[in-house]
Design a binder for this molecule. Structure first.
Ligand code: LMR
Length: 396
């Protein structure tokens, strides 16, 4: 039977890891997959995480199942992290967290929930968006549509976005990136979020807020502005949260789907459905990452260490954005790439075309996604002059 199975190309983002590792070029630079890197190019284990793991090693007493919603202690700390400690939504007890294998797992939970419980609803994603959004929603069998987000001149197309949202059929699902838009790095201002809220309300849309980079834009609370605006002003919201990046625990697969309903009763109904979706996908989520997050956020001391480390990472990325533009100035390209300093999060839509990206890879060993998305955290003071020189050579 297998003789009829065709080989397909690997994932465009994850495939870069292997291609980069195989490249013998000693000057190679990895600006591909979205993982944080320090000045040495290492994706470190955060100090707070190491300390939490030491505590777990000492104190953990069981490896038994944690249930389809995951560890309630993880939910207890992650809900206020995302929604805010003083959130009226939490006070009204209308938010539920279902722990998931990473943010990707949370997205799949949301997709399966929509498919089964809101039959016929389409889903709308930004153009461009994280390519796996397309895969996840299509795999769940939901009809997928796009709304404009970045224009042909590589700028945020807010007018295009808003007028498209105003045409979405009532009741459809709209995916919004809470912060650090992946892949573009263009985020909405507070005024723009307000306009999105009004449109979502007018059209009676269900927002699915993808929140994978909390703390990487302007700060933990600042980055939550849009997600909290939706949560506090709408009856029904889904939020997918990830701890992969802000706790640096990528491979522990730690995230959750937060479901907000009009009242506690309806939230419990939704929650009961989510338990089934989780059960049918993977039964129980992995526990280790959630335990780490709990240990950190429950301890004032560890939480302070973690916040400082996260601030350090965010500042490093934002500093690199400026340095990148400055490094291009000697080539007269600082104007062309000025947007990189304004964008937020790990990624920048550089404006480089696929043919530029191919030359950067083949001639210089510099790897980025063919859409022109660069992981800014892969830059370092040492490789910036090399990267700037290579970019100047390929764009001229
Ligand atoms: C990325 O966009 O590079 C990350 O979210 C990693 C991934 O799974 O694609």
């Amino acid at each position: 039977m297998f003789e009829q199975i065709e080989r397909v190309p690997g994932d465009a983002i994850l495939g870069l890891i292997e291609a980069f590792n195989k490249d013998p070029n000693p000057q190679k630079v990895d600006l591909g997959v979205g993982v944080y890197r320090d000045a040495q190019g290492v994706t470190p284990i955060m100090r707070a995480v190491k300390k939490a793991e030491a505590l777990l090693l000492k104190n953990e007493t069981t490896k038994s199942y944690i249930g389809s919603h995951g560890d309630p202690r993880y939910a207890k700390v992650v809900l206020p992290l995302v929604l805010g400690a003083e959130s009226p939504v939490l006070a009204a007890d209308r938010a539920s967290a279902t722990q998931s294998p990473g943010g990707t797992g949370a997205l799949r939970l949301a997709a399966d929930f929509v498919k089964t419980n809101l039959p016929g609803k389409g889903i709308w994603v930004s153009d461009p968006t994280w390519p796996n959004h397309l895969g996840i929603f299509q795999a769940a069998g939901i009809e997928l549509h796009k709304y404009p987000y970045v224009d042909a001149d590589n700028r945020l197309d807010f007018d295009g976005m808003l007028s498209a949202l105003k045409q979405i059929p009532h009741g459809d699902v709209v995916v919004l990136h809470a912060c650090c838009h992946n892949p573009s790095g263009f985020d909405l201002s507070r005024e723009q979020w307000q306009q999105v809220l009004e449109t979502v309300r007018e059209r009676d849309l269900l927002p699915l807020v993808d929140f994978a980079y909390q703390g990487f834009g302007d700060g933990l609370d600042e980055d939550a502005y849009g997600a909290r605006l939706m949560a506090e002003n709408l009856d029904e919201v889904l939020i997918t949260s990830s701890c992969s990046k802000n706790f640096g625990i990528y491979r522990e697969r730690t995230g959750c789907l937060i479901a907000i309903a009009k009242n506690h009763e309806q939230m419990q109904n939704v929650r009961s459905q989510l338990a089934i979706v989780a059960r049918e996908n993977y039964s129980n989520p992995p526990a280790h990452g959630g335990s780490i997050v709990y240990e950190i956020l429950e301890s004032a001391e560890l939480a302070a260490v973690w916040r400082d480390e996260l601030t350090e990472m965010r500042n490093r990325i934002n500093g690199l954005r400026r340095e990148f533009v400055d490094a291009l100035a000697p080539y007269g390209l600082d104007g062309q790439f000025a947007h990189v300093a304004e964008q937020r999060g790990m990624f920048s839509y550089t404006g480089l075309k696929p043919e530029h990206v191919d030359r950067l890879r083949d001639e210089y060993g510099i790897y980025l996604v063919r859409s022109g998305r660069a992981n800014v955290a892969g830059l370092a003071s040492e490789n910036l002059p090399y990267v700037a020189k290579a970019i100047a050579a390929v764009v001229k």
